[in-house]
Design a binder for this molecule. Structure first.
Ligand code: UTP
Length: 296
């Protein structure tokens, strides 16, 4: 991309059925990993990548996300009165002061591609990032996955999509890319992309994970994209069309991804981050080592 990344879209209008009954009343993105909701990890990543405008694509059941980033007057006053400065800083720090949050609605869950298209009036025609908050990527203090991608996009003047190798029998859960021509150690040019192919029809096992840096020209393509896999308007289908006019790179990010859109992934992410938390690390290791349920 020829311009620095400033805007990041968070499509959070899905139904979250894999976490029912919790998601009957709690947005999936508000589920906590240790002490912070999934959406906070995603926002921190966008800010680390240099974004100053965050666009949340929500629906009428997800008011808690807007509430979370809003000022909490009563709570802040109480914490201040009691001298709980550290907690106060955490409550006030959900969104840095130089960053603005914009909320747009996806009236109906017509698919990820459609959710991204809903952000068009705010993004305009500049390059932008997309983060799916249920893919949590831990980089252990190193540059975040989206920052790595934004830097590559700028250096190569290309769109960038995060990928990782997925088990051969699970290609039908991912967008799958075929590449040619390596670009540095971690990237390659995409020449073909397909959403959720059966293992027998998948061109590779390189699966797309929830991070994208896209050119503004994707919106024109999305406007013409018809429902694909699962009857949904797929972002993958639009990118496949865009490949005819734009250069796109598949990028094997440095970091560890946890699919927190399912129960196992959320539990794994919690254990992973708890083991990195100085206050929890030794207790959590002790628990895993001695809990009878974990004995071989
Ligand atoms: P998922 O495939 O994980 O769907 O969407 P979901 O509804 O969130 O969860 P399950 O499968 O029912 O448990 C991937 C991402 O795309 C967003 C979701 O919010 C999630 O971040 N999405 C999906 C939308 O914003 N709108 C849609 O119409 C579909």
């Amino acid at each position: 991309m020829s311009r620095k990344l400033r805007k990041v879209v968070f499509p959070v209008a899905g139904l979250g059925t894999r976490f029912l009954p919790a998601t009957k009343a709690v947005a999936k993105e508000m589920l906590p990993v240790v002490d912070r909701p999934l959406i906070q990890y995603a926002v921190d990543e966008a800010v680390d990548a240099g974004a100053d405008t965050l666009i949340f694509v929500t629906n009428r059941y997800k008011h808690s996300i807007a509430d979370y980033f809003d000022k909490a007057y009563e709570l802040e006053a109480k914490l201040e009165q009691k001298g709980k400065d550290e907690l106060l800083a955490q409550v006030q720090g959900t969104l840095p002061s130089h960053v603005r949050a914009v909320f747009v609605t996806q009236p109906e869950a017509l698919g990820l591609g459609h959710a991204v298209l809903c952000a068009k009036p705010v993004v305009g025609d500049e390059p932008f990032g997309v983060i799916l908050p249920d893919d949590l990527i831990s980089t252990g203090g190193q540059p975040s996955a989206l920052r790595q991608m934004a830097e590559l996009a700028l250096a190569q003047n290309a769109g960038v999509i995060a990928v990782e190798e997925v088990p051969n029998d699970q290609t039908d859960k991912y967008g799958i890319v075929a590449t040619e021509g390596e670009v540095g150690e971690r990237a390659a040019r995409i020449h073909h992309m397909v959403e959720k192919p059966k293992p027998s029809e998948a061109p590779t096992n390189l699966g797309v994970v929830g991070r994208y840096v896209l050119p503004g020209s994707i919106f024109e393509v999305l406007e013409k994209t018809t429902p694909g896999a699962g009857g949904e308007i797929q972002l993958t289908d639009a990118i496949e069309t865009l490949l005819k006019q734009e250069s796109m790179l598949a990028y094997r990010f440095a970091g560890r991804r946890f699919d927190c859109g399912n129960k196992l992934g959320l539990v794994r992410a919690t254990l992973h981050l708890a083991a990195k938390d100085p206050q929890l690390a030794s207790a959590i290791r002790d628990f895993v080592a001695h809990e009878p349920e974990f004995a071989a």
